[in-house]
Design a binder for this molecule. Structure first.
Ligand SMILES: Nc1ncnc2c1ncn2[C@@H]1O[C@H](COP(=O)(O)OP(=O)(O)OP(=O)(O)O)[C@@H](O)[C@H]1O
Length: 590
């Protein structure tokens, strides 16, 4: 409950108003019952001499009470929905902003299905609770309490009998919660329920996103089996959950709605001993059963709480993950050399050491190439320079300023990246390029696109620069086209430091030449680090750094490294042999 109140504490006013309105509305429900009692009492006493006038005015008051009650309940629901949707919006914005500030390491621990459930289902369960259950709970508790007070003021003996269902209900709910008779651990079951939904979401996402692989390798049956399995698990858990709750819910409903049966024997006894009259017994039976129905709803809410609290706990768990630390006053670097001082790195605290004591210096305006076998740690080095992750040991500085002191904004302002997996947002080509510089004019965007050799293919798209690309867009781009758009972004951004990871991986021979030209222009006067497998493209680099097993193995210019006769030398010879083989193949086919 505390977790829920922590979340809604900023939205107190509309929630308090909705609770008060619902409580007042529910109190008005007593009025018709009391008036029925009055009418019955009047006619029993007056018999054939009764006049119709009091009947009409009492019916009028009852009708008015019901109209006012209706207005109060409607207003209460309006306020509860305003509060709920505002809360939904605020929690989602807070969650997504927070998630955006979390280190990439967070994503290693949470899968997309889990996150989808938190941002979608768990947030909506809070909205549903505030929108519907708060007014229900307010009226569900106020009406029975007010009724009991009124009944005790009339006759404490019959009122006492009317309260019998309450302790019985509480005992039944405790038994249900602790799994007495059913042997169910409800807390465990709730956890399993949430896990089942997460799994269903992840397999669903995997099924949809992995469709090309599924089709290519004919994995339809296998993938569908996984999805079907997760849906079946979810279904089974829900059935077990409902079966465990059903007998208790039915018993609680029977006791509350049959409350009149406890009142009647006492009523008859009091009637026979002349201590009450028939109309009072009728009032007790009407109020004792009618007004406790709301309590039934409110009590059922307690069983919903187990779902909601688990969801809120998960929202709070995400909010509790510390984002990347931001400096209070970010420091702007005056120079743009990049230094790695004794950097050590692990993706996971318990995992292997991926980088070990890496010492690297990229002088301002220099061109550095990272080479090495697959899995050596090249991408990791580049990611750490953009502070995608926090180093485990050591320090990375730009112009002598540690990345932590520059802050995320400061780093993005001076570091431009083109990584292997280029992501396009579902937006126009123009907006996708303008991500690099939101203030750029269309002419500037076009000249960046020309420099990145993508203007021509953009002009051939259905709406040119206004064509929507990305997931669900108007057209599909090839890997090479996406990379060139990513390059245009970096050209437009015009940062003094540029990180390129496999930037020409998808380019064909013609486009590779175009992209190489674009790179050469872009790199002029900038501090550049490139990961390249095609060694011929980095022969002219100021320094080539050979990485192997998370360590810097060799560094120097192309000629210096060849003379060392080490790893680079053998990589270079393998590369030239492969190139000669390709040329020979071409001649054979010509
Ligand atoms: N997100 C991650 N979580 C855990 N381990 C990772 C993660 N990313 C990479 N690794 C591991 O870190 C090591 C270095 O990977 P990295 O991608 O930096 O190598 P690389 O030299 O760029 O390889 P390649 O040339 O194949 O891209 C590998 O063992 C890889 O399995």
């Amino acid at each position: 409950m505390k977790a829920l109140f922590d979340l809604i504490k900023d939205k107190k006013t509309p929630i308090i108003i909705c609770v008060i309105l619902a409580a007042l509305g529910s109190l008005l429900l007593i009025v018709p019952f009391v008036l029925i009692f009055k009418i019955v009492d009047y006619y029993l006493q007056q018999g054939a001499h009764a006049s119709p006038e009091p009947l009409l005015s009492w019916l009028g008051i009852a009708f008015l009470a019901l109209v006012v009650r209706y207005l109060l309940i409607v207003s209460s629901f309006v306020f509860s929905h305003i509060a709920a949707f505002d809360l939904l919006y605020r929690i989602r914005v807070r969650l997504t902003m927070h998630i955006g500030r979390l280190p990439m390491g967070f994503w290693g621990k949470k899968n997309s299905g889990e996150m989808l459930k938190i941002v979608q289902d768990d947030v909506e369960s809070v909205e549903g609770f505030v929108a519907h259950h708060f007014p229900d709970a307010a009226s569900g508790f106020t009406l029975p309490m007010a009724t009991l007070i009124y009944l005790f003021s009339l006759d404490w003996r019959m009122a006492l009998m009317a309260t019998i269902p309450l302790p019985v209900t509480l005992v039944l709910l405790c038994m249900m919660w602790h799994g007495i008779l059913t042997g169910q651990n409800r807390q465990e079951l709730t956890k399993k329920y949430h896990k089942a939904i997460e799994r269903m979401h992840s397999t669903m996402l995997e099924f949809v996103h992995g469709m090309p692989v599924v089709k290519m390798f004919n994995l339809n049956v296998h993938s569908f089996k996984k999805l079907k399995e997760s849906i079946r698990t979810y279904r089974e858990i829900v059935i077990v959950w409902s079966k465990g709750a059903a007998p208790y819910r039915a018993l609680v409903a029977t006791f509350i709605l049959g409350g009149g049966l406890f009142i009647l024997p006492m009523g008859i006894y009091l009637l026979q001993t002349g201590k009450t009259d028939a109309s009072t017994i009728i009032l007790f039976i009407l109020l004792g059963t009618g007004c406790f129905q709301g309590l039934l709803k409110a009590i059922m809410l307690v069983t919903r709480m187990e779902f909601i609290t688990a969801g809120i706990k998960r929202i709070n768990e995400v909010l509790a993950v510390s984002p990347l630390e931001e400096p209070r006053v970010p420091v702007e670097p005056k120079a743009f050399d990049v230094q790695m001082h004794h950097v050590g790195f692990k993706y996971d605290k318990q995992g292997p050491e991926i980088l070990k004591d890496v010492q690297l210096s990229l002088p301002e305006g220099s061109f550095t190439a990272l080479v090495g076998p697959s899995g050596a740690g090249k991408t990791t080095i580049v990611n750490l320079m953009a502070r995608m992750w926090e180093v485990t040991n050591g320090l990375i500085t730009i112009g002598g300023i540690p990345l932590q002191e520059m802050g995320t904004q400061g780093i993005t302002e001076c570091v431009g990246t083109v990584f292997q997996d280029v992501q396009m947002l579902t937006d126009t080509v123009r907006e996708n390029i303008a991500m690099g510089n939101r203030r750029a004019s269309l002419d500037e965007i076009k000249s960046a696109a020309k420099a990145a050799a993508c203007h021509d293919f953009i002009m051939q798209l259905p709406k040119g620069y206004n064509t929507v690309i990305g997931e669900g867009g108007e057209t599909h781009l090839s890997g090479g086209e996406k990379q060139r758009i990513a390059l245009a972004r970096v050209i437009l951004k015009d940062t003094p430091i540029i990180l390129l990871d496999e930037a020409t991986a998808y380019a064909d021979a013609e486009n590779e030449t175009l992209m190489q030209e674009a790179f050469s222009k872009l790199m002029k006067g900038k501090t550049v680090i490139v990961i390249a497998h095609r060694l011929s493209t980095i022969v002219g680099a100021d320094q080539i750094v050979v990485v192997d097993q998370g360590k810097i193995y060799e560094k120097g210019t192309h000629d210096e490294l060849l003379q060392l006769n080490g790893l680079y030398n053998s990589m270079w010879h393998a590369h030239t042999r492969a190139k000669a083989w390709h040329l020979a193949q071409k001649e054979v086919h010509a």
